[in-house]
Design a protein around this ligand. Structure first.
Ligand code: LMR
Length: 340
C-alpha cells in the first residue's frame, strides 16, 4: 500500500513538473530565470528575409516580455526541414514555424492558392490579400484547428522566377523536357506539366545539392531565396517570369499558444505584429538587393520577359486553373482577383 502511494506521489510530481516546463503543456508562470521557451523552426538562412524577421521577432519578444518569454530560432532546417517541421508543430515539438504556404497542402489544399499562375498583380495586391477576410479564413480554418495548428500572421517573400541549366526560357516551348525542383503539392506539378516540363518535390535544404548534382535541371524561387542559397553558383539562366508567388504564414501549436499566460501572450502578439510590419518592408528591399547581387555575380544569364511573353506563359498555364480551380475554391481565387 505504501509503495502504491509512493508511486502515485512520484507520478503526480512528474506531471506537475512537465506541465511547468514548457513543451506544449500549460505554463502558468514565467520569470526571467525560468522563461517560456518558444521554439521557432524554419528552413531558410539567417540572412534571408524570413531569417532576419525571425531574429527581430525574438529580440522584440525578449524586450516586450522583459525576458519572461524567449524565442529560440532554429534556421536553415537545423532542427526540422520541409519533410518534418509541420509534424513537429502538430506534435508540439516546436511551437512556431513559418513555411512557404504551399507546404501547408498536407492540412488544407487551399493553401496552394499561392501557386496559381499569375494570380497576383503586384506587391500591393499581395498586401491587400494578407489583410483581407478571405485570407483570415485560411489562418483560422477548421482543418488547421483539427490538427492543433493556428495561423497568426502572413509573411511575405516575393514573385518566383525560373532558373535552369539547359537553356534561356522565354516561351512555353522552351520548357520542354526540363526537370524542375518543386516545393510541394499537385498544383506545382501541374504547372510544370502544362509547360511540357517534369518536376520532383525536393526539400529546400536539399535543393542546392540537387541542382549541383544534376538531379534536376532547374527550380523556381524568389530573388532572395536564389541569392541567399547561392543558386547562381549552380544555375546558368534565370528568367524573370514572375509567374507565381512564394509567401509565408506563421503558424503556432494551438495548445501551446492558448496555454501561455495571457499577459505574456499579448506581448508576444505585439512582437509578432511589429516583426510582421518589418518583414513586409524587408521582403521588397531584400529581393531588390538580391536581384542586384545575382546580376553582379556574373554567373547567370538574366533573361527579361516582355508583357507579351508573360501573357503567353499565362495562357499555357491555364490548364492549372481548369484542373485545380475547384480545389482552391472560387471563393479564394475570385476573392483574390476582385480585391479592391
Ligand atoms: C522553398 O522551398 O523553395 C521555399 O519554400 C523556402 C522558403 O521557406 O522560403
Amino acid at each position: 500500500m505504501k509503495k502504491v502511494m509512493l508511486i502515485s506521489m512520484i507520478s503526480l510530481f512528474l506531471l506537475v513538473a512537465t506541465a511547468c516546463s514548457g513543451g506544449s503543456g500549460k505554463k502558468t508562470t514565467a520569470t526571467k530565470d525560468d522563461p517560456i521557451i518558444i521554439k521557432f523552426s524554419h528552413v531558410t538562412s539567417i540572412d534571408s528575409v524570413k531569417g532576419k524577421a525571425a531574429e527581430r521577432f525574438a529580440e522584440l519578444v525578449k524586450e516586450k516580455t522583459e525576458g519572461k518569454a524567449k524565442v529560440e530560432v532554429y534556421p536553415s532546417s537545423q532542427l526540422y526541414g520541409d519533410n518534418d517541421e509541420l509534424d513537429a508543430l502538430v506534435s508540439g515539438n516546436v511551437h512556431m514555424i513559418a513555411p512557404s504556404v504551399t507546404k501547408m497542402v498536407k492540412l488544407d489544399p487551399r493553401w496552394q492558392y499561392v501557386d496559381m499562375p499569375y494570380l497576383f498583380k503586384d506587391q500591393e495586391h499581395v498586401h491587400k490579400f494578407f489583410n483581407s477576410d478571405v485570407a483570415k479564413t485560411l489562418l483560422n480554418s477548421e482543418k488547421l484547428a483539427a490538427n492543433d495548428v493556428m495561423g497568426i500572421a502572413f509573411w511575405e517573400n516575393g514573385f518566383k522566377h525560373f532558373t535552369n541549366n539547359k537553356r534561356p526560357l522565354k516561351k512555353p516551348e522552351d520548357f520542354k523536357g526540363i526537370k524542375f525542383r518543386a516545393q510541394a503539392g499537385k498544383v506545382l506539378e501541374a504547372q510544370f506539366k502544362a509547360l511540357g516540363a517534369g518536376s520532383a518535390t525536393i526539400a529546400f535544404g536539399e535543393t542546392y545539392a540537387a541542382l549541383q548534382q544534376g538531379t534536376v535541371d532547374g527550380q523556381e524561387n524568389t530573388y532572395n531565396n536564389i541569392d541567399t542559397q547561392k543558386y547562381q553558383e549552380v544555375q546558368k539562366y534565370m528568367s524573370l517570369s514572375e509567374h507565381g508567388r512564394l509567401d509565408y504564414a506563421v503558424f503556432v501549436n494551438k495548445t501551446f499558444w492558448d496555454g501561455m499566460p495571457e499577459d505574456i501572450r499579448t506581448k508576444v502578439e505585439e512582437a509578432m505584429k511589429e516583426a510582421t510590419e518589418l518583414e513586409w518592408k524587408l521582403a521588397g528591399e531584400e529581393n531588390e538587393k538580391s536581384l542586384e547581387n545575382i546580376k553582379n555575380s556574373g554567373k547567370v544569364e538574366v533573361i527579361s520577359l516582355t508583357d507579351d511573353e508573360k501573357a503567353a506563359l499565362a495562357k499555357a498555364l491555364q490548364p492549372v486553373y481548369d484542373e485545380f480551380g475547384d480545389t482552391i475554391t472560387s471563393e479564394l481565387i475570385d476573392g483574390i482577383r476582385n480585391l479592391k
